[in-house]
Design a protein around this ligand. Structure first.
Ligand SMILES: Nc1ncnc2c1ncn2[C@@H]1O[C@H](COP(=O)(O)OP(=O)(O)OP(=O)(O)O)[C@@H](O)[C@H]1O
Length: 378
């Protein structure tokens, strides 16, 4: 798929922007702070309803205004759909496809699929387990949009259960009894929705694993495809049968009840799981976090993104690939290597401060970004 037209109103630094895009490689070149990332952030937002830079919507709306709009014409298999999101911080956002309002904005997720490489990707490797869980969940939802509902239901149940655990932990007598019986209801819901999320993540890691090894071999000098591994580490021992996940999770919640009441937080479930990343061979395998060199960590982060791209592509449709300011981080050989790997994507959008940072293989259409304007460099 590819974006053929992008329109912004009051999004980040842009008051208005209208730009025609083409398939193949497109580079946005401009000095720091001119709005290159803002532009591709808009495309990514439309795809996932989440930004790769901020958790809340407010910074996405141009300072001094209270509403932003992103609209993109997306071409898939020769057919064009116009996707639109209106951002109203503090109020409900609104989404439309071909001008028809969608019942919920989240129905837009996954209609357009993007994979973004950004300098912040190093946090996939060096950051907290929550960064890796987010990586998995973002990819899950792009592959299977209906899981956006499961993911947000799980977050809501967890918040409510945690707040009940805090109350119940301090309560005495009748009010404790009432809190504990309400807790049983939340346990049931957490186990039901949590087991769906867990099963989906386990499936995703299985699907992604071979692509990670292959991608690491491609981006790390002298590596073989057995070097990089990913494993899912759940917060409790999994049952042999996948069908028993929900009952096992429920039993674990009951077993940890006293601990949970003491600490006032939920101690088991997918929110406590970890995606383990390791490097090595049969003789010595070490976790990436805390052991890998800077270069190896970077290669692993790139491999995770590249593997996501390959997996989405194997699902049957080329996602839009975005390389946000990543070439400045790589030496000339690895720039060329990465460029070659992605050069045949249906659409690659690249941002760079200077044209010389964009590898030869990605010299497609070029735009100059300056002073809030984007103009084609003829
Ligand atoms: N909500 C907003 N309202 C107005 N301006 C904003 C808003 N959010 C960000 N900006 C401005 O946008 C600019 C940053 O743009 P962007 O991140 O796209 O830069 P860039 O061209 O990618 O730069 P770099 O090469 O440094 O990454 C900053 O000057 C910032 O002040």
């Amino acid at each position: 798929m590819h974006v053929s037209h992008l329109t912004l109103h009051n999004f980040r630094s842009y008051e208005t922007l209208d730009v025609e895009l083409e398939p193949g490689a497109t580079a946005f070149i401009g000095r720091n702070g001119q709005g290159k990332t803002n532009l591709i952030e808009a495309i990514d937002y439309l795809s996932r309803l989440s930004s790769h830079r901020v958790a809340a919507d407010a910074p996405l709306v141009r300072a001094g205004t209270d509403q932003a709009m992103v609209r993109a014409a997306v071409v898939r298999d020769g057919r064009t759909a116009v996707l639109e999101i209106e951002l109203n911080p503090g109020r409900a956002n609104r989404a439309r496809i071909n001008r028809s309002p969608l019942p919920r904005p989240r129905d837009l997720i996954g209609v357009m699929r993007t994979v973004v490489f950004a300098p912040d990707d190093l946090t996939l490797v060096k950051g907290d387990p929550s960064d890796r869980r987010k990586f998995l969940d973002d990819l899950l939802v792009l592959r299977t949009p209906r899981l956006a509902g499961v993911r947000s239901d799980y977050d809501r149940i967890l918040r409510q259960r945690n707040s009940l655990l805090k109350t119940a932990g301090h309560a005495r007598g009748d009010s404790r009894e009432t809190a504990l019986s309400t807790l049983a209801v939340w346990d049931g819901q957490l186990a039901q929705v949590g087991s769906q999320l867990l099963a989906a993540r386990l499936g995703l890691v299985e699907d992604l694993r071979p692509y990670v090894g292959k991608a690491y071999e491609a981006v790390a000098r002298g590596a073989s495809r057995e070097d990089a591994e990913i494993d899912y580490k759940p917060s409790f021992e999994l049952p042999v049968e996948a069908a028993d996940l929900e009952t096992r999770l429920l039993a674990e919640l009951e077993a940890r009840r006293r601990d949970e009441l003491d600490r006032g937080i939920s101690l088991v479930g997918p929110h406590r799981d970890e995606l383990l990343l390791s490097l090595g061979n049969a003789d010595l395998r070490l976790p990436v976090k805390g052991y890998a060199s800077h270069g190896e960590s970077w290669s692993f982060a790139l491999a995770l993104r590249l593997a996501s791209y390959d997996l989405l592509r194997a699902d049957g449709d080329d996602p839009i690939l975005v390389l946000d300011d990543v070439f400045a981080e790589l030496d000339a050989e690895r720039r060329a290597q990465l460029a070659e790997l992605v050069a045949d994507a249906e659409q690659v959008l690249v941002t760079a401060a200077v044209a010389a940072d964009v590898p030869e293989a990605l010299r497609g259409t070029r735009f100059i970004v300056a002073d809030g304007r984007v103009r084609r460099d003829e």
